[in-house]
Design a binder for this molecule. Sequence first.
Ligand SMILES: NC(=O)c1ccc[n+]([C@@H]2O[C@H](COP(=O)([O-])OP(=O)(O)OC[C@H]3O[C@@H](n4cnc5c(N)ncnc54)[C@H](OP(=O)(O)O)[C@@H]3O)[C@@H](O)[C@H]2O)c1
Length: 311
Amino acid sequence: MMNINSDQKTGAISRRAVLKGGALLAASAAFGRVGWASAKGQISIPQVRLNNGVMMPALGFGTYGLTGDVCAESVADAITAGYRLIDTAKVYRNEEAVGAGIKKSGIDRKSLFVTSKIWVEDSGYEPAKRAFQTTLDKLQLEYLDLYLIHRPRGDVKGSWQAMEELNAAGKIKAIGLSNFDQAQLASLTAGATTKPVINQLETHPFLQQAGQFDSLHAAGVQMEAWSPFAEGRNGLFTNPVLEQIGKKHGKTVAQTVLRWHHQRGVIAIPRSSNPDHRRENLAIFDFSLSSEDMHKISALDENKSQFPEWT
Ligand SMILES: NC(=O)c1ccc[n+]([C@@H]2O[C@H](COP(=O)([O-])OP(=O)(O)OC[C@H]3O[C@@H](n4cnc5c(N)ncnc54)[C@H](OP(=O)(O)O)[C@@H]3O)[C@@H](O)[C@H]2O)c1
């Protein structure tokens, strides 16, 4: 059995432990090789145990910007390729298409992990309950695996209370947050009965969010990366450091970045409308980055959002 420095209860990995070395051991053991959800010929994705015991794939498929038939086809193909975690949101205006893609894939619902998010206009107890039901109807699902408060705005305490009730009723398997800073998270959870399982944040090599990572880890909350490639901004796909590391391992920049997220202990949800890219992005579990590689990528941190238009 591997000797790891990870939180067995939450499955989260200590960033320091990872950076000290033994990164692959820490990552693969903490993420756990359980519940492999794959058919013949597919790449298997490790799973993470969330703080409420729910298992979540360590890598998923993002759908922001995908709509209509392209979205439905992309989701169906992603599932065929082996993705089991699908990330959507009301504000992406694609929940119907995501639902159509899930249907088209023919997958057993229980094998999937579907995330959606409540938008700002639906904050508050009653609006959140209504918004959740609309989301379910659009996705043609009976329950969600994960429901997040998309942004820390409006009556988030009212939303959280509604989400806690839906969670207790089994309509949502796990509830969490997105884009909450440490103070906002602490304020929301003060007096709440349920701890968030996830905080989904912008993080990629140019915005590594080390402080958030450590604080979430200490609280047993899993960090999930949105825009794990920074949407390719700031020259990510042609960054010479990432290219050089990838070349050494016979991997692309995209695979190098996703492997870096994985070894940090962060769940990533890359989006692609390209079937080859989708498959490429899954092929990250057959190599490991060395401590030196991890340090070189750490040094790319500019501590700067690549999406100033969203703040
Ligand atoms: N909670 C939030 O506030 C929030 C905010 C933003 C996003 N998200 C979630 O996070 C997901 C991912 O973020 P994102 O969609 O903004 O961007 P992203 O995943 O960082 O980047 C997507 C871009 O990378 C390209 N790409 C993907 N794989 C590639 C590969 N192997 N080689 C070269 N290029 C590749 C895609 O182009 P191709 O299509 O050509 O492959 C696309 O242009 C979203 O889809 C959404 O689900 C959440």
